[in-house]
Ligand binder design. Structure first.
Ligand SMILES: Nc1ncnc2c1ncn2[C@@H]1O[C@H](COP(=O)(O)OP(=O)(O)OP(=O)(O)O)[C@@H](O)[C@H]1O
Length: 423
C-alpha cells in the first residue's frame, strides 16, 4: 500500500529547495499554499479513468477485462494477463465528470495556478479511450444542443472555479487564453481566424521553449472562455475512423494565463493552467487509416513515442542528469517544463475496459506507471519589479487587446516573444 507521499504532489523526503532563479522567487512568509512543494522534488500525480464499454463493443460481445478495485488500483485479467496497477486515484465506468474533477486534484491545480505555478493536466491513452470526453465532455453535440451541466469536463469546471476565485473579494486576477494544436509536427493557432498557419517554436535560455506569435485572448466570463474553447475545438483537426467517429488528429494545448494584479511595488504572480488533449495512439490496422489519416497516425504515434521515451528516461533514478531528448518532437519541447522542469503536472490516463483493446490498455497502464516516478521542482513565477513591460491595450467592443505599435490584432494579443518573468 502506498503512502500519501507517493500519491503525488508531495515533496520527496530529503530533497532541498534549490536556488531560485530570476523571476521565480522564494515564497514570502504567509504564502502557505506554496509551502511544502516549492523548489523540492515533487512527483507527477497520475490518475486513471476507465470508460464504459461502448454500444459497439457491447454488441460485438467484447469482454470487460479491467476491473477497478478499492484504494486506487485496477486489476487487468485476461487469458495470459493478470496484473494490478496502482494510481493516485482510479475512476471506473460509473464515475461522474464531477467525481473526476473533485477526485483527481484538479481543483488544487487551479489554486496552484492562481498562486503563480505553471500547472499542466494532460490526458493520454489509446484512440477512443475518453481523453476529450474527460477534458471537455461531449463537446461535439453542443453545436446543436446544449450539453447537460453534469457532463461538462475538467476544463469547464476549472474555468468556473477560476472565475469564482477571480470574483471573490481577495483576488484580482487578469485571465487570458491561448489555444494551439500540433498537427503533423506543425504548431498552429486555434484561435487565429482564417486558414491555419504554422507558428515557429523557439527556445531561449531564460524561458525555455515557447511559441512565437501565438494569439492570447482576454476573458472575464464563463461564456467568453467557453466560446473560445468551442471555436478553437471546431478548428482542430478531427476525422472518423473505425474506433472513433470524432477522433482528434492533433495534440491540443489550451493555456489559461493567470496574472494577479498586485500593488505596484510587489511582484505580481503569473501562473498558467494548461490542458493538453493528446491525440490517441492507434494501430493503423485496427483504425483502418489510409492516405491522409495514415500520415496523421504516423505523426501522432511518433510524437507519443518521443514523449514515452522522455518519460522513461526521467523516471530512471538519476534520470535528470542524463540527456533528455525533448527536441525529438514539438510535443516534448512544449511539455519539457511540465515533465522535467518547475511545473506541477496531473496526468489522466484513459483506457477502454474491452478485451479487444487489451494490448493498448496494458501499454497505457505501463506508460502511466512509469510517469508516476517522474518528478519536477515546482517554482512560482513572479513578474519582476522594474521598468514596465508593454501592456496590452483593451480594444473597445471586444475582449481582445492590442499591444502598443500593433495596428491589427483582433480579437486577441500576439506575443512575439515571452515577456520578462513569463514563458
Ligand atoms: N466516461 C465516459 N462516459 C461515457 N461516454 C464516454 C466516456 N468516455 C468516452 N466516452 C465516449 O467514447 C467515445 C470516444 O471518446 P473520446 O472522443 O473522448 O476519445 P479520445 O480518447 O479523445 O479519442 P481520440 O484520441 O481518437 O480523439 C465518445 O463517443 C465519448 O462520448
Amino acid at each position: 500500500m502506498e503512502s500519501e507521499r507517493e500519491r503525488g504532489w508531495e515533496p520527496q523526503v530529503g530533497t532541498r529547495p534549490k536556488t531560485f532563479p530570476r523571476g521565480q522567487e522564494k515564497p514570502s512568509p504567509g504564502e502557505e499554499r506554496e509551502g511544502p512543494m516549492v523548489g523540492r522534488e515533487t512527483r507527477l500525480r497520475v490518475v486513471l479513468r476507465v470508460r464504459p464499454l461502448t454500444c459497439t463493443e457491447m454488441h460485438r460481445g467484447d469482454r470487460q477485462v479491467v476491473h477497478s478495485l478499492s484504494d486506487g488500483t485496477v486489476h487487468v485479467s485476461a487469458a495470459r494477463h493478470d496484473a494490478i496497477f496502482g494510481f493516485s486515484a482510479v475512476f471506473d465506468a460509473g464515475a461522474s465528470q464531477e467525481a473526476v474533477f473533485e477526485g483527481s486534484g484538479m481543483r488544487q491545480l487551479v489554486e496552484l495556478a492562481i498562486d503563480g505555478f505553471s500547472c499542466t493536466v494532460f490526458a493520454f491513452g489509446q484512440t477512443g479511450s475518453g481523453k476529450t470526453y474527460t477534458l471537455m465532455g461531449p463537446l461535439a453535440q453542443s453545436e446543436t444542443q446544449a450539453v447537460s451541466p453534469a457532463l461538462l469536463g475538467l476544463m469547464q469546471r476549472s474555468f468556473a472555479c477560476l472565475l469564482e476565485r477571480s470574483r471573490s473579494c481577495s483576488s484580482d486576477l487578469a485571465l487570458s487564453a491561448s489555444y494551439l494544436e500540433i498537427y503533423n509536427e506543425q504548431v498552429r493557432d486555434l484561435l487565429s481566424p482564417g486558414p491555419p498557419c504554422a507558428l515557429p517554436l523557439r527556445w531561449s535560455k531564460t524561458h525555455g521553449f515557447y511559441v512565437e506569435n501565438q494569439l492570447s485572448v482576454d476573458f472575464e466570463s464563463l461564456e467568453a472562455i467557453t466560446d473560445l474553447l468551442l471555436q478553437g475545438s471546431q478548428r482542430r483537426r478531427t476525422s472518423a475512423h473505425a474506433l472513433n467517429r470524432h477522433s482528434s488528429r492533433s495534440h491540443a494545448l489550451l493555456t489559461i494565463h493567470v496574472r494577479s494584479r498586485a500593488p505596484r511595488a510587489c511582484p505580481s504572480k503569473q501562473g498558467t493552467l494548461c490542458f493538453v488533449d493528446l491525440a490517441g495512439s492507434e494501430r493503423v490496422k485496427e483504425t483502418g487509416s489510409r492516405g491522409e489519416l495514415s500520415v496523421e497516425a504516423n505523426n501522432i504515434n511518433r510524437s507519443l513515442l518521443a514523449l514515452g521515451h522522455c518519460i522513461s528516461l526521467l523516471a530512471k533514478p538519476g534520470g535528470k542528469r542524463t540527456h533528455i531528448p525533448y527536441r525529438d518532437s514539438k510535443l516534448t519541447r512544449l511539455l519539457a517544463r511540465s515533465l522535467g522542469g518547475s511545473g506541477i503536472t496531473l496526468m489522466v490516463a484513459c483506457i477502454s475496459p474491452s478485451s479487444r483493446c487489451l494490448s493498448e490498455t496494458l501499454s497505457t497502464l505501463h506508460y502511466a506507471s512509469r510517469a508516476r516516478r517522474v518528478t519536477t521542482r515546482p517554482l512560482a513565477n513572479r513578474a519582476l519589479p522594474g521598468p514596465p513591460m508593454p501592456q496590452p491595450v483593451p480594444v473597445e467592443g471586444s475582449t481582445g487587446v492590442l499591444l502598443p505599435g500593433q495596428d491589427v490584432a483582433l480579437p486577441g494579443s500576439r506575443h512575439p516573444q515571452p515577456q520578462q518573468g513569463k514563458r
